[in-house]
Design a protein around this ligand. Sequence first.
Ligand code: FAD
Ligand code: E1W
Length: 456
Amino acid sequence: MIAEPTRSLTLIGAGLAGSLLAILLSRQGWRITVYERRGDPRISDYESGRSINLALAERGRNALRQAGVEDAVMAKAVMMRGRMVHPREGDPLLQRYGRDDSEVIWSVHRNDLNIILLQLAEEAGAQIHFHRRLHTVDFDAGYARFIDDRDDHPHDIHFCTPLIGADGAGSALRAAMNRKCPLGEHTEFLDHSYKELEIPPGPDGGFLIEPNALHIWPRGRYMCIALPNDEGTFTVTLFLPNEGDPGFSTVRNGEEAEALFARDFPDALPLIPRLRQDWEQHPPGLLGTLYLDRWHLGGKAVLLGDAAHAMVPFHGQGMNCAFEDCVVLADKLLHASSAEEAFAAFEAERKPNAAAIQQMALENYIEMRDQVADAGFLLRRELEQELQRRWPTRFVPHYTMVTFMHTPYAVALERTRVQHRILVEATDGHDSLATVDWAALERIVHDALPPLEGAH
Ligand code: FAD
Ligand code: E1W
């Protein structure tokens, strides 16, 4: 247990991870001060009017449960039972994510979620200062400079606590730590970016397409997705290469975007009335993976969430992983005898797992874009389901381990590799499961896959 006079911490960023961590730590008796660049989202004239949503899965729900906010969040969440695949031609098809409605994911508003978490953080005793963008840190003197972006005014604040960076992919705390002692930072940008659009509610205020699904329009090198919002809208995200045709360099304005949709997403086009305006008003978002050799600077500072390990969004796990980070860091802080010990233990446990989900997220883009409709893929998926039905504690589908369980990501990645090899070898040269040798497969599965904790 860390001694009483030092039980204070300063958090940078009151986004998803920062506000959840503030709840968890305040409840453990820490004095928490948080600095956030933006204004208070609970105040009505808050800038961002757009509703951006995220898929919440079991890892994230588990963290919200520990913080006592699960019910408040779930009250506004929309269930997504599976992916609704929209082929170029023909009807959309729902592929279930799990075995039944206990294995589903949930669409939540980023802003609503942030507001719920901020409210509870304050109620738990955390002090949150808005309009305070971290600018620079003098670790030796114990001063941090914050800027109020409304008037560019600097605010120098003396601190004698460890700093925790939950300030997202462009983390200013990371930059400050890196200047003090290089963290081995490396960002691998994807040569694809994204654009967000909106499907409004229908004339009766209801959803225009199936609400309880994550819609995907896979198109080979690119794709579109749509997630439902509780007010009857969908947020559509188009992922497109930066170069080539179609790419952001060739689709230059709203008119060209409309032509792209008319050709490749004809069923989606009539659902997006503001496509031209939205295309021109919002710049494309960049995608990439951030790797660091070190996440902490002794006991002075530590990073978590996107600040430590930003990833591409194709597994829908960035927030879920950031929330899992919060639970682990709070636990390490509870049991360690110094901040340095807690930060080192946190990094040792989470770094391999973050690297694994970063890798799996990159791989899932390929799967989403072109394999969801491919014959070999469908046969492997059918076999995967049959192997799970026969040996459910051993053969657990990749998506299930990542999305519905607490299996460490690194373990999920390793078992996915083994399972993929089994699926490929067993289906190679077959075009149905009728010719599969089940006795041979039973031996292979039992030898290669020990029972997995939590599988049923
Ligand atoms: P953020 O949520 O980015 O919060 C950082 C906070 O710090 C913000 O409030 C910011 O204003 C503040 N801040 C920044 N700089 C400073 C500064 N200098 N000083 C003070 N404060 C500062 N994840 C999922 O789990 N499911 C999904 O479906 C999903 N979909 C995604 C879709 C897209 C297109 C993208 C890009 C990401 C998606 N993610 C998803 C990932 C998810 O958005 C992030 O992983 C998550 O937001 C990380 O949380 P965070 O708290 O670390 O960072
Ligand atoms: C999910 C942005 C985003 C969010 C997601 C997912 C995807 C594709 C994307 C992965 C998935 C929920 N996924 N969906 N279907 N198969 N894999 O599960 O969050 Cl692009």
